[in-house]
Design a protein. Sequence first.
Length: 318
Amino acid sequence: MEFFKIHRDIPFMRNALVFNIVSFVTFLAAVFFLFSRGLHLSVEFTGGTLMEVSYSQPADLTRVRTLVAGLGLQDVQVQNFGTSQDVLIRMPVQKGVSSAQQSDQVLAALKTQDASVVLKRTEFVGPQVGDELAVDGLKALAFVVAGIMLYLAIRFEWKFAVAAIIANLHDVVIILGFFAFFQWEFSLPVLAAVLAVLGYSVNESVVIFDRIRENFRRYRKMNSMQVIDNAITSTISRTIITHGSTQIMVLSMLVFGGPTLHYFALALTIGICFGIYSSVFVAAAIAMWLGIQREDLVKASSNKKDEDPNDPNAGATV
């Protein structure tokens, strides 16, 4: 399925150096903000008080958030838990205030709004648990990276594996840089979004790499730059359909999903945009500079059935 047919290849790789300089500068800025400002970690990572309360009727989460914020508590997470009557409240640690005092204060405020509210449980999530979650998150990221490299190295060639993982880590670091610069809350859902972006980006890279391999087989007189340009140009329509529909869905979560899904959708929005960019101008360009060529992907053969009969470049020997 194609929205339009492009009859002339777009010379993407002609300006690859300029785009990659922009990417490198953006990457360095993201790293700088990560080290200078750091991530604004949520309660899951830093520790705090967790409360579960129940209402006799569906809870108004907006009113609950406003009420809790009026107590001077910052970065409080309020969401439904199980049913629309059950509400989960996560609060960061307050100096000089115990977990029990904090929960009693919030419960008393909630009762002024609705006397039927009942406290079902309250727990303290210590920093040790938060550190464990952070370590587990980094382990998950490392396993994803290793799995992607192994998959691409087996399916294609090690140069593609290196190019794709650099491009994907580029996306991840830039997402984290945005969260560090604006001090947006980094929570477990955001970490899940980052891992999802890794998989999403590598999917786009695989589509382009697969077309590059096919082009090396079909167009034997094209050099590597021409093959890559043709591969990217021929997949543009697919990219618009796939990423456009996905981005519409993610933006709907960002606009209508409320505070619970806000930063999750925001991370996905940034990741999808940079994922498209990195697959074209980072992964493909790095593969070109690493010296990817026909011999890396297609075994030398004089078998004519591999050639495209409509290709004027067909018939060359390698």
